[in-house]
Design a protein around this ligand. Structure first.
Ligand SMILES: [Cu+2]
Length: 128
């Protein structure tokens, strides 16, 4: 059977574009020098049933490094707009990096069912 190369290329393009959209904020733009990009580290604590802090403010154009530690129970950290969803095991620190390219408010939530207050375990990243 002869493979249709145009079809395969089109499919590859669709797949690549799809991935790019879900993670469009994660990579530093290729025209920016990585060492020149401002960075900001923020420490977060996860416990039943909140994140502290639950509002994070960063400047647009910053490479953000979150250091999240669950001090009580297992949780998850989902920041959907940036394609981020990480499991947070108790007493472990997870490093999550993303590039805050665009101004806006981006909600995050616990993505691991942790009990009665799970649904209210939310917060937001404000990119200014
Ligand atoms: Cu939860």
């Amino acid at each position: 059977m002869k493979l249709n190369i145009k079809y395969i290329l089109a499919l590859a393009l669709i797949l690549l574009t799809g991935c790019g959209q879900s993670q469009q904020f994660m990579a530093v733009p290729p025209d920016a020098r990585k060492e020149d990009v401002p960075r900001q580290s923020i420490q977060l604590k996860a416990e039943r049933f909140k994140f502290t802090p639950d509002v994070i403010r960063v400047k647009a154009g910053t490479l953000v490094r979150l250091e999240i530690t669950s001090v009580e129970g297992t949780h998850g950290f989902q920041l959907g707009a940036f394609g981020i969803d990480e499991r947070l095991d108790e007493n472990q620190t997870k490093i999550i990096e993303f590039y805050a390219s665009k101004q806006g408010e981006y909600g995050f939530r616990c993505s691991h069912f942790c009990g009665i207050g799970h649904m209210g375990m939310t917060g937001k990243v404000i990119v200014e």
